[in-house]
Design a protein around this ligand. Structure first.
Ligand code: 5AD
Ligand code: FES
Length: 356
């Protein structure tokens, strides 16, 4: 086959993906690993067209509050895993969390994301209290939780207290791969069940995987894409794996920025109206990573609202960006970055299209 024919072939695969949302394993593999620059541009172009059909030039902002870096889990890739005795631990008080939200509200945020390790100190009663108070103070805002695996009745209590959305990355859709990345006391089935429960309860759910995590193969990535297509989350958070110096993966290679960006475009075509963040990990590996993500079909950014004195302690991986900036600076910086690629940050809850 000539180069031209191959190119045409790849383009028709993009069109097929856009039309049907489905491809064979071989076709997915060709899309994921093609090194043809013209084809990459075409994929990005289609992903952008689809995102603009649903969301125009709007980019949603989510105010991220990393409220505790205490975690009872020991995921092998993560810098705040419980086994890392070098991590300096912190917890924000309820008052500090509430004041982060107040400040964020003043800055224009209408979605707050409470993210933390699985910290038993924040038990269900305390979380319910915090959720209720945030929703009472800011009834026009959406509240997203990202606090890991819980039991169904706990998820239900949080939902009834006012939480709207939940982020829980599946990390990998392959059970054996999941078991390699996590200690024996964590289970792939439990994580997948959590995602199912969250959806059934009524949350807008976000899942997602690390790109280039240790032992990840192309089959795993294809499985991830098929899982996303089947599960139909409202949001998909993906970012490159980045080694942390206090983990057993400290000498592993980081994931690829190009592959992450390629996958963002593919996910945009698989799930046309999904909320797709350009993540901090992407910005950490490449100074223009988040801009490139937006150019490839991402439509969400998550500036950090945590107080600056704890920012540099929420280190899931090395060299994390934005750890020294005040929230106001961070959002200004984000707005400029988004504008530099022709999009604009909007102040709204930015709900998934199907939720009104
Ligand atoms: N590199 C990249 N992403 C990581 N996460 C955790 N550790 C790392 C790392 N070393 C991601 C996981 C988790 C999210 C909060 O951060 O996907 O779900
Ligand atoms: Fe945080 Fe630039 S986005 S400082």
């Amino acid at each position: 086959m000539s180069d031209l024919e191959k190119r045409f072939d790849l383009k028709s695969l993009v069109d097929k993906l856009e039309k049907t949302g489905d491809l064979s394993d071989e076709e997915f593999e060709a899309l994921i690993y093609s090194e043809d620059a013209e084809f990459s541009d075409y994929l990005k172009e289609r992903a952008r067209a689809v995102r603009e059909k649903h969301y125009g030039k709007d980019v949603y902002i989510r105010g991220l509050i990393e409220f505790t870096n205490v975690c009872k889990n020991n995921c092998k890739y993560c810098g705040i895993r419980c086994g890392n005795k070098n991590a300096e631990r912190y917890r924000l008080t309820k008052e500090e969390i509430l004041s982060c939200c107040d400040m964020g509200y003043e800055l224009g945020f209408r979605t707050f994301v409470l993210q933390g390790g699985e910290d038993p100190f924040f038990d269900d009663d305390m979380m319910v209290e915090i959720i209720k108070e945030i929703k009472k103070n800011h009834p026009d805002c959406a509240l997203t939780l990202s606090i890991g695996e819980k039991e169904r009745d706990t998820y239900k209590r949080f939902y009834d207290a006012g939480a709207d959305r939940y982020l829980l990355r599946h990390e990998t859709a392959d059970k054996a791969h999941y078991e390699k990345l996590h200690p024996a006391d964590m289970s792939f089935e439990h994580r997948m069940n959590c995602l199912k429960d969250l959806k059934e309860i009524g949350y807008q759910v976000g899942c997602g995987m690390m790109v280039g995590s240790p032992y990840q193969t192309k089959e795993h990535i294809i499985k991830d894409l098929r899982f996303l297509r089947e599960f139909k989350p409202e949001m998909v958070g993906i970012g490159p794996f980045i080694p942390h110096h206090d983990t057993e993966y400290k000498d592993e290679q980081a994931g690829s920025v190009d592959l992450t960006i390629r996958l963002l475009s593919i996910i945009r075509l698989l799930l046309p109206d999904v909320l797709l963040p350009a993540t901090t990990a992407l910005g950490t590996l490449d100074p223009r990573g988040r801009e490139k993500g937006i150019e490839a079909g991402a439509n969400v950014v998550m500036p950090n609202l945590s107080p600056t004195n704890v920012r540099d302690k929420y280190l899931l991986y090395d060299n994390k960006i934005c750890t020294g900036d005040e929230a106001a600076e961070c959002i200004r910086c984000m707005e400029m970055r988004v504008e530099s690629v022709g999009y604009k940050v909007v102040q709204s809850r930015g709900d998934h299209e199907s939720v009104h």
